[in-house]
Ligand binder design. Structure first.
Ligand SMILES: Nc1ncnc2c1ncn2[C@@H]1O[C@H](COP(=O)(O)OP(=O)(O)OP(=O)(O)O)[C@@H](O)[C@H]1O
Ligand SMILES: [Mg+2]
Length: 413
């Protein structure tokens, strides 16, 4: 973990693999090193080729160690992909002490009991997120430690993953001669980087639009309420542009970044004609002596339906949990896909909620880039842990803490 006040986060994404190392200076966390490179060996956010990913990790490590003159021995790493899901569960135990005061051991036992559910053999429970505890029918208790009772019940969300992808991920990291401090689902890491405690308390949804996945994490009363990952992301937009404009992927990618937009500009009266002209003006790009010709409107016609499809998946999830149009702190967007022009406006229109582009907190010297939210959250989950009274942490952070202990037991050789 934070050896010599250095923390490393590794975001293994489908498009890019990112390694961020932060160090503490004068009570602030600052970037010691940031390296990224194109990623190989993943499909839709999941590690399918541990060898390829391990090669990438080793390249990033040697660059980082060269630039920072520090040895990196362990990392916080993300787990992505639509094999990740949550499912509700509960557990019940008798309080063990004769004086009926609930101990940490009772809490650990009841949380352990929630894990005893039937899931397919090739899946495993990665983490447990408590929603509430019930002591002798008294509901809605957040922190039962030290309270008195005979029967302790826990209602939780279990976070489950497909074991082969989980094993590939851990192998890729361990084969790179790194210890694993913790494995954090990507949308929870991104949430750590950009959401405030107040937003999580009042109700907020984080949407991370990556290259091949879009992830959703919803919080309320400080706890995780819902999590879902969809196998669709900004690379789908690039593919649509390549098909629509009959051009190569790398050309489509650069057209998307330079000219792409989810909406035509709002037409204010005095500039109306001028803006319509811009939208209809032919843009020509010469690539390998062939010409790609399009208007901004052509691009919106390609991009808007795809982003709208992604937002529709999110809307369905919010409906499932009864939170459509009902999150006071609205939506926060992260991931490289959130950089496309007018996505904030389209999201607001379609989900009918306030929308913000996520801003990474508390790391000096890190670029303002939504694509860095996951890697930033990985290091921040530990940086916060360093400084905060562990008893006073929110449910999600406590989850991280218990997982850190668990992973150390399971994985560190
Ligand atoms: N300025 C931009 N406009 C539009 N899209 C962009 C822009 N910059 C980056 N992107 C897109 O963001 C995506 C990469 O984002 P990110 O780094 O969050 O993905 P990832 O973490 O590698 O993928 P995943 O999370 O799906 O595994 C690419 O598809 C890229 O085209
Ligand atoms: Mg990502």
């Amino acid at each position: 973990m934070a050896k010599g006040h250095i923390i490393a986060g590794l975001d293994i994404g489908t498009n890019t693999i990112k390694l961020l190392v932060i160090q503490k200076r004068n009570k602030e966390w600052e970037v010691l090193s940031y390296q990224e490179m194109p990623s190989f060996g993943l499909r839709k956010g999941a590690v399918v080729d541990a060898g390829e990913v391990s090669k990438n990790i080793q390249t990033l490590l040697s660059e980082t160690e060269k630039n920072s003159s520090k040895k990196i021995t362990s990392v916080f790493v993300n787990i992505g992909g639509n094999h990740i899901y949550i499912t509700p569960s509960d557990g019940i135990i008798s309080v063990s002490r004769a004086n009926q005061i609930i101990s940490q051991e009772d809490i650990d036992r009841v949380l352990q009991a929630t894990r005893a559910i039937n899931i397919p053999q090739n899946e495993e429970v990665l983490d447990v997120f408590p929603k509430e505890f019930i002591i002798d029918d008294q509901k809605g208790i957040k922190q039962p430690l030290g309270l008195r009772g005979i029967r302790l019940e826990a209602k939780v969300l279990l976070l489950c993953v497909f074991s082969p992808y989980f094993i590939n991920l851990t192998q890729a990291v361990l084969n790179s001669k790194l210890h694993i401090d913790d494995i954090v689902p990507s949308p929870l890491a991104a949430s750590e980087a950009v959401l405030t405690r107040e937003q999580k308390e009042l109700g907020v949804a984080l949407i991370d639009i990556g290259a091949s996945t879009t992830s959703l994490a919803v919080f309320e009363e400080g706890n995780l309420l819902h999590l879902a990952v969809f196998p669709i992301g900004s690379a789908n937009i690039t593919n649509d542009i390549a098909i629509g404009l009959k051009t190569e992927i790398f050309v489509a990618e650069s057209i998307k970044k330079q000219y792409g937009s989810c909406m035509l500009v709002k037409q204010d009266k005095e500039k109306k004609d001028e803006k319509i002209n811009i939208e209809k003006k032919k843009i020509e790009i010469i690539e390998n002596s062939s010409v790609v010709s399009f208007t901004r409107k052509d691009l919106v016609d390609i991009i808007e339906p795809r982003v709208s499809e992604i937002l529709d998946l999110i809307l369905k999830e919010l409906k499932k949990i009864g939170r459509q149009e009902l999150l006071p702190c609205g939506i926060v967007l992260t991931g490289g896909g959130a950089k496309i022009s007018k996505i904030k406006e389209l999201t607001k229109e379609q989900l009918k909620l306030p929308v913000q582009i996520g801003k990474i907190k508390n790391i000096l010297g890190l670029d303002e880039d939504t694509a860095l939210a996951t890697v930033a959250g990985l290091v921040l989950s530990s940086a916060v842990m360093d400084e905060t009274d562990k008893e006073g942490l929110s449910g999600v952070l406590k989850g991280f803490w218990s997982k850190i202990k668990k992973m150390l037991k399971v994985l560190v050789p």
